[in-house]
Design a protein around this ligand. Structure first.
Ligand SMILES: [Zn+2]
Length: 270
């Protein structure tokens, strides 16, 4: 059995400055180095192992879609990507108890970015989804991680998720989709399902999940943009202003340090 997938054709995208970036062999090489450095595989005894070649290759393909400077920002933020196998849940619970109850390991395991730990928790089954033409879980989580890495600290915890320009675009998107806030429900709201029925004009939604929160709007946008194919085309035709925003976002410098992570011991055992 061969684990490695062939490298995708070079992706091209315009940055806000008009510069052009290709996913060249050199860029993939740089991404491969970072992937080996930041990826770990969670074993059933709760320890973290260096990545197997298949995992680090899949991570590298996604990292290579980012501009070099964005890759460096993630490296400086000491991002860690933890690959999880649904067949081998760690004895004694989940990483940092952030994934809910143990019996949800197989049916409810989703990718997520953990802000305090600077970690992307990445189920292997999503990592192995072919990297082309579909929304991509890891690119989505990298959107959260990048947003966190570019934190603006003006005396309070503030990230680019709170950027007024992003909030404006998000509200305009909700308006176009005919979003109506759902009725409050006892026990809280499930963001994945009922709210989606509150859209009057679903055809305007390039991503249903993007209506939920500004940070998801950003992460979904980045995933669509960098995945390429039909998703990117749909995004570009329906939300060109977000594409412009994302180009600027990708090359935006880090402004200040994240208030998290400085004290985080980041143990090798979860
Ligand atoms: Zn998300």
């Amino acid at each position: 059995m061969t684990w490695l997938r062939p490298a995708p054709r070079p992706q091209r995208y315009e940055l806000g400055t008009g510069a052009r970036v290709d996913t060249s062999d050199l860029q993939l090489e740089q991404a491969s180095r970072l992937a080996r450095k930041c990826t770990r595989v969670l074993l059933s005894d709760g320890t973290l192992a260096p990545p197997d070649p298949a995992s680090s290759h899949q991570v590298a393909l996604r990292l290579a879609a980012l501009p070099p400077e964005a890759q460096k920002q993630l490296e400086r933020a000491r991002l860690r990507i933890v690959v999880l196998d649904s067949e081998t849940p760690p004895r004694g619970g989940y990483p940092g108890k952030v994934l809910g109850s143990p019996d949800r390991w197989e049916e409810g395991l989703g990718a997520q970015y953990h802000y305090q730990r600077k970690e992307i928790l990445m189920p292997r089954m999503y990592l192995e989804t072919p990297f082309s033409g579909v929304g991509d879980s890891l690119l989505h989580e990298l959107g959260h991680a990048l947003s966190d890495a570019k934190v603006v600290d003006r005396g309070r915890i503030m990230s680019l998720d709170d950027d007024p320009r992003l909030l404006e675009l998000f509200e305009a998107y909700r308006q176009r989709c005919g979003f109506k806030p759902p009725e409050p429900k006892p026990g809280g709201h499930d963001f994945n399902q009922p709210m989606l029925l509150e859209l009057e004009r679903q055809e305007e939604a390039w991503s249903l999940y993007a209506v939920t929160e500004p940070r998801e709007y950003l992460a979904e946008g980045l995933s669509h943009l960098l995945s390429g194919g039909e998703k990117k085309e749909k995004l570009a035709s329906q939300d060109g202003q977000l594409v412009e925003y994302l180009h600027d976002f990708l090359i935006a410098p880090t402004r200040g340090g994240s208030p998290f992570g400085l004290w985080d011991p980041r143990p090798e055992r979860l």
